[in-house]
Design a protein around this ligand. Structure first.
Ligand SMILES: [Zn+2]
Length: 321
C-alpha cells in the first residue's frame, strides 16, 4: 500500500487557527515522511455547505502555502477527493457489514435518542444510543434499499456493536496505538451502536471517513482529540472490514490566549479575518509552530526538517496573544 497523509475539513465555515494547526501538523508529518499530502473535502451533507465555503477553504490554504499533492481541484490517483462525489463507493463496505448480519434499521429520532440516551455528553455524536431497535437475533437485511418503517419514518442503519465484537472475538475493549496519545482503549459497547447509513440512505460520517482513509491509502491520520471516540468506532469498522489501520495521531485543542475554546464567530482566530487585517501567512504558521514544540518559523522547509511527533501535543495549548 502506498502511504499518504491527509487533511479532511468539513466545509461548514471558514478555517480558524485550530483547524490550521491540525492542517499544518498533518501536512508536515506527511512531508517529513516523504509521502503525498491529500486534501479531502468531507461534504457528506452538501445541503449543510454554505455557498462559497469550499472556495473559502481553498483560498485560506493557498494563501498559507499549504499545497496538496492530491485534492479536488487537481485530482489524483485516489480521487474523487470530495465525499459528495464518492457516495457509490460506500456501498461495498455497507454490503459487507450487512452480509455479516451486523446492520439493523433504526427510526428513532434524535430527540428520542436524547431522552433514552445513556449519557448526555458522551462522545462526539451526541447522546449514546441505548440500543432500542437492536434485534435480538442479528441477521442480514434482505436488501440495502431505503427502508421506510410502518410509522412512515425512514430508517437509518446502525452497526450492532455487541454482535460486531462477538464476531471479532475480542471483548468490549477496542484499542489502537496513537502516535501522540500512546495506547488508546475504550469500551466500544459503551459508545453505543452508531449510524453507518443515514436516513437519507447516504453513508454516515464514521463509515465514509474510515473507508476513505483506507481507500485513499492514507497511512497517517492526524486530527483533533475531539475525534478520539470516532477513532475507536472507525477502528472497529476497519477491523470488521479486514483493512489495515492508519497511524492515528490525535492532538489537543487550541485555545484562545485566555484559555477559552475557539469559536468560529471569533474574528481574532479566523484565517480570512487575519489576512484582511494584514497579518502575513508566515507569521500565522510561525505562531502555530511555536505552540507545537517546533521552531517558531513560517518556513515550511525548515519546519519539515525539524518535524517530530511530540507527546506534548496531547495537551490543550493556548495561542500566544
Ligand atoms: Zn432506534
Amino acid at each position: 500500500m502506498r502511504g499518504a497523509g491527509r487533511f479532511a475539513p468539513t466545509p461548514t465555515g471558514r478555517l480558524h487557527l485550530g483547524n490550521v494547526r491540525t492542517a499544518l501538523l498533518a501536512w508536515l508529518w506527511a512531508r517529513a515522511s516523504g509521502i503525498p499530502n491529500i486534501l479531502r473535502v468531507e461534504d457528506l451533507d452538501p445541503a449543510a455547505v454554505p455557498a462559497g465555503a469550499l472556495e473559502g477553504i481553498y483560498t485560506d490554504l493557498d494563501w498559507l502555502g499549504l499545497v496538496y499533492d492530491e485534492e479536488p481541484r487537481k485530482g489524483g490517483p485516489a480521487g474523487p477527493y470530495q465525499q459528495s462525489a464518492r457516495f457509490d463507493l460506500y456501498t461495498a463496505p455497507l454490503e459487507r457489514l450487512n452480509a455479516m448480519g451486523l446492520l439493523y434499521p433504526c427510526g428513532c429520532s434524535r430527540k428520542e435518542v436524547a431522552q433514552a440516551g445513556l449519557a448526555p455528553h458522551a462522545g462526539d455524536e451526541g447522546p449514546i444510543y441505548p440500543g432500542t431497535c437492536r434485534p435480538a437475533a442479528p441477521a442480514p437485511l434482505d436488501s440495502l434499499s431505503p427502508i421506510v418503517l410502518p410509522n412512515g419514518r425512514r430508517a437509518a442503519l446502525r452497526l450492532n456493536v455487541p454482535a460486531a465484537l462477538e464476531r471479532l472475538g475480542t471483548g468490549p475493549l477496542v484499542g489502537f496505538d496513537d502516535a501522540v496519545c500512546g495506547r488508546v482503549e475504550m469500551d466500544a459497547v459503551a459508545l453505543g451502536d452508531f449510524v453507518v447509513r443515514r436516513t437519507d440512505s447516504l453513508a454516515a460520517y464514521q463509515l465514509a471517513c474510515a473507508w476513505d482513509d483506507v481507500e485513499m491509502g492514507c497511512t497517517q491520520v492526524l486530527r483533533g482529540l475531539d475525534l478520539l471516540t470516532s477513532a475507536v468506532r472507525q477502528v472497529l469498522l476497519l477491523r470488521l472490514l479486514s483493512r489495515p489501520l492508519p497511524q492515528y495521531a490525535h492532538v489537543g485543542l487550541v485555545l484562545t490566549p485566555t484559555g477559552d475554546k475557539l469559536s468560529k464567530r471569533d474574528d481574532a482566530i479566523a484565517v480570512e479575518a487575519l489576512r484582511r487585517g494584514g497579518e502575513a501567512p508566515e507569521r500565522i504558521l510561525a505562531r502555530l509552530a511555536g505552540i507545537s514544540a517546533l521552531p517558531e518559523t513560517g518556513d515550511l522547509a525548515r519546519l519539515t526538517s525539524a518535524f517530530a511527533v511530540a507527546p506534548a501535543w496531547r495537551e490543550s495549548v493556548r495561542l500566544s496573544p
